[in-house]
Design a protein around this ligand. Sequence first.
Ligand code: R5P
Length: 300
Amino acid sequence: MITPLFVALPGNEAMAARLAASCGGEILALEMREFPDGESYLRFTGEVTGRDIVLVCTLAHPNEKVVPMLFAAAAARDLGAYKVGLVAPYLCYMRQDRRFHPGEAITSRSFATLISSNCDWLVTIDPHLHRYRSLDEIYSIPSRALHAGPAIAGWIKTNVEHPFLVGPDLESEQWVGAVARACGAEFAVLRKERLADRQVRISPDHLDLPKGATPVLLDDIVSSGETLIEALRLLSSSTRVKPVAIAVHGLFAAEIADRLRSAGARLVTSNSVPNPAGLIDITALMTPAIRILTSGEDAA
Ligand code: R5P
């Protein structure tokens, strides 16, 4: 078998190196720079013909990342790559999964079409599957949506005494329930109403926690931080024990981490998006799927 070549888009070098090591692949450097007019120059620095190319590009704050990533995929195909896969630990544009208001673009569908026409397969972690049951509803290429739950449960077991899991909204129930079961912990799910991009209302305003339990808030994404901050407000009126806030994907700006800290919580995320709170490593969760997709055993 010819070893796969892992290509890091800017900012993904550490994850690409970890994946290349765990999947028995090699790193191929992609030279990239910007022309004075802001357009991108790309060049693969080694032979691509006949090789399995694995592009590693997490897609937080995606707009500036997507064009170079698509150019890299197209160039790899043009240079004769055998297959071009995309590992996007965080997969963007999943939350606009229906037309909430007349005239809105359903960007999840358009983005899926874009990726499906330029890549041969996709591996991601906990995409925001709410109204879609699976990526197959919108992606026409083989995909694997893996779950950070086991890694999160492992972190909680090692680091939190007597955890009680709390999901901030109904959408989080799928993650919270699975992680709670894996930790042997109880859980509750709150209700959330989103009033604006940076404004949410969480109810009820009090939660009965078991005596001595450490509340562990768990969500798939922390972006503006409002969901976790509102949920923390509720918890502070329910217990004096310092909560832990965990998100699979940390898409937040630095000041959000400070706000969460001043709201009295420790914030931890996976390393799907590089950030200082990204302590939960998801490399091992992705390795088996990437090995299969690059072995030619599962091309369909
Ligand atoms: C909502 O649909 C998601 O599961 C998250 O709760 C949400 O994306 C978090 O966003 P923010 O941090 O901006 O409240």
